[in-house]
Ligand binder design. Structure first.
Ligand code: IFM
Length: 455
């Protein structure tokens, strides 16, 4: 019997501005931290940058036509802040807004719901020069930008997501430094996490004031599905520590209006959290309509010492990371669909009444076009089938799961890995910009058509 999903389930694919758009210096866009970072020697493999990427800025029509062919009901994309508001403060750039207006119109004409993320890691460089996310002002600027985007595009966007994966912004960007802006300062990373939360809350309020009541507000987190290596109290405590600094640092302020007490305790010696002001947690817990979850692989931990530099403040000398068993993707990430099911069931219990969306899930493999021009990617099909299967089991277990966005529509700029890692269900030949749907694209189109998995 097939594993069918409920009527109205949203079938999507996701992308992000810097990873696909290109046109980095066109029509008034100014540099973001990723333009600067990717130009810094030794930061991105091969010296790759997002200057051209998948040239989506010039190929919107072709790309939306592909989405229509696949039968997507929803498309999740992000706005480049420095394209919309070049200096990160003050007036908008009309041409930048026109681009997103045009994209939304193409989508609506194709019968696809536009799902817009305001921040997918590309802070305008001017705001980083003024201190970046560790500074409170960045949260205020973010709310201003959210209000401007909402006023201009509010009649066209079905779902607004404030932030994508603030954990990565805070801890990879300001902690371990493997992402832009490449800073390595644990205290700054924790300040950044709080100001990202605050920016989310302020932006949610600005959006609510400007968009139609029918628009949904959301936040996307890359929640960690954490497993202790054993049931020993020491390993359980290692798992608790990572849960605090990876999951509850966002979930507790946003959904419960509080900071996790154990996180504050674990990070004594790094910060006293004095940057959290009266009223902040109330703003951060402004109600939203759904939570987006990005899941790729589980996190297995035990008591011990982690490799350095660790992106988890307060954990390096207490927690070691172990590889999960199983096959690996080209990112060397273990494939483990049960981790997705575990996460969804946890959220069902911890956040009753909060609808969930899987806003990213997918895998990189070393795909290539064969002499006939076809791209066969059976491992990706197996990965997606297993994870959609886990999502289906979660629905049967009472999880209020509303949709699934596969990462990613197109091969793209995979941050510090450059163009070497291909996550797309559509192959992009970056020399010619030719798009070729992989076998997984055809498989996904069939899943959408059927409304679920063949079993
Ligand atoms: O490519 C990224 C995306 O930008 C954010 N989530 C994880 C993906 C794969 O690494």
């Amino acid at each position: 019997m097939n594993a069918l999903f409920p009527d109205g389930f949203r079938w999507g694919a996701a992308t992000a501005a810097y990873q696909i758009e290109g046109a980095a210096a066109e029509d008034g866009r100014t540099p973001s931290i990723w333009d600067t970072f990717s130009r810094t020697s030794g930061t991105v493999r091969n010296g790759d940058t997002g200057d051209i990427a998948a040239d989506h800025y010039h190929r919107v029509r072709e790309d939306v036509a592909l989405m229509k062919e696949l039968g997507l009901t929803d498309y999740r994309f992000s706005l480049s802040w420095s394209r919309v508001q070049p200096t990160g403060r003050g007036p908008v750039n009309q041409k930048g807004l026109d681009f997103y207006r045009g994209l939304a119109d193409e989508l609506l004409d194709a019968g696809i719901r536009p799902v817009a993320t305001l921040y997918h890691w590309d802070l305008p460089q001017e705001l980083e020069d003024a201190g970046g996310w560790p500074e409170r002002e960045t949260a205020e600027r973010f709310a201003e930008y959210a209000g401007l985007a909402a006023e201009a595009l509010g009649d066209r966007i079905a779902t607004w997501t404030t932030l994508n994966e603030p954990w990565c912004t805070a801890f990879l960007g300001y902690g371990s430094g493997v992402h832009a802006p490449g800073r390595t300062d644990d205290a700054a990373a924790l300040r950044a996490a709080h100001h990202l939360n605050l920016g989310h809350g302020l932006a949610a309020r600005a959006l609510r004031a400007a968009v139609p009541a029918s628009a949904e507000l959301s936040l996307t987190l890359n929640l960690h599905s954490i497993r202790p290596v054993s049931s020993s109290p020491e390993d359980a405590d290692a798992a608790r520590r990572i849960d605090a600094v990876a999951n509850r640092i966002f979930l507790d302020p946003v959904f419960h209006g509080r900071l996790p007490a154990d996180l504050v305790e674990d990070t004594t010696g790094i910060t006293d959290w004095a940057f959290v002001r009266d009223g902040d947690l109330e703003v951060i817990s402004t109600p939203i309509d759904s939570l987006g979850i990005n899941y790729y692989t589980p996190t297995v931990v035990g008591a011990g010492v982690s490799e350095s530099p660790s992106p988890y403040p307060g954990a390096p000398d207490r927690v070691r990371f172990e590889p999960a068993p199983g096959s690996r993707t080209a990112m060397d990430w273990p494939v483990d669909a049960d981790g997705l099911h575990e996460l969804l069931v946890r959220l069902r219990d911890e956040l009753p009444g909060v609808p969930l969306m899987i806003t990213e899930n997918g895998a990189a493999y070393d795909d290539y076009a064969d002499p006939e021009g076809a791209v066969h990617d059976p491992e990706r099909v197996a990965y997606l089938d297993a994870h959609l299967g886990a999502a289906h089991r979660a629905l049967a277990d009472g999880v209020d799961l509303r949709g699934y966005f596969l990462w990613s529509l197109l091969d793209n700029f995979e941050w510090a890995y450059g163009y070497g890692k291909r996550f797309g269900i559509v192959h992009v030949d970056f020399a010619s910009q030719r798009r070729t749907p992989k076998d997984s694209a055809r498989w996904y189109a069939e899943v959408i058509r059927r409304g679920g998995l063949a079993r």
